[in-house]
Ligand binder design. Structure first.
Ligand code: HEC
Length: 207
């Protein structure tokens, strides 16, 4: 009888934590990430690094030449072609995706949303954000975080009125009537780099 009672308690206690730990998105992601990710991650880092450099060099130049308004117009016209030409150069698909996009074209799809939610959770827990890879069919996808690293970004993505000047806010709203990309703070997740490698991409590189 005593043994039965003890067993009962063990089972009860044992079940407790399990109820909380339903298979989370992060676990699913870890399972999907079980491909040889080293080559994918290093290619992803190289490409997103190059894209970041290109965009931020051009952005800084545009601010210098004509202030935030000029840079807004520049980003409006040039951000996509710049990332597209890099993508063409590497033979991949490349985009910046966001849960709060400025350009509606950049709205995260469901896979991108999974990564974004996971990153936001990690930030809340004070964890480190690492690139994630997915293999779906023959396509390999790479995601990496884009956080708000500095004051420059807040000129156009921070709080209206304090970080963003009224006149710049007006320009933003004219260019992007559906804008969702304000109100960000330093360190917050702004979006992700999303790269798709076509089938055979890594085979060719091995030759
Ligand atoms: C001069 C204003 C300006 C500054 C400064 C700026 N951005 Fe943006 N950002 C924009 C505009 C405009 C777009 C939309 C571009 C497009 O239409 O393709 C954009 C788009 C983005 C996107 C793509 C997702 C989306 O919302 O459409 C990300 C990610 C992003 N910005 C991150 C940053 C980060 C990080 C910084 C700081 C390094 C930064 N931005 C600085 C104006 C700016």
């Amino acid at each position: 009888m005593r043994f039965t009672l003890l067993l009962f308690f063990v089972l009860l206690v044992g079940c407790g934590p399990q109820d909380d730990s339903r298979p989370s998105e992060s676990e699913r992601m870890d399972i999907e990430a079980e491909i040889d990710t080293t080559a994918v991650v290093s290619a992803g880092q190289e490409i997103s690094g190059a894209a970041f450099q290109t965009l931020s060099r051009n952005l800084q130049q545009a601010v210098k030449e004509g202030g935030v308004k000029n840079a807004l117009e520049f980003c409006n016209v040039r951000a996509m072609p710049l990332t597209d030409s890099l993508a063409a150069h590497y033979g991949i698909k490349l985009r910046r995706a966001s849960h709060q996009p400025r350009n509606p074209v950049n709205r995260a799809d469901s896979l991108e949303m999974e990564t974004i939610k996971e990153y936001i959770r990690k930030i809340e827990q004070g964890g480190e954000l690492k690139p994630v890879t997915y293999a779906r069919g023959n396509t390999i996808t790479y995601h990496a975080p884009i956080r708000i690293p500095g004051q420059l970004c807040l000129n156009c993505h921070g709080s209206p009125g304090t970080d963003i000047a009224q006149s710049d806010l007006k320009t933003i709203q004219e260019l992007y009537p559906e804008d969702e990309a304000t109100g960000f703070e330093m360190g917050e997740l702004r979006g992700i780099w999303s790269i798709q490698f076509p089938p055979g991409h890594f085979d060719q590189q091995d030759e």
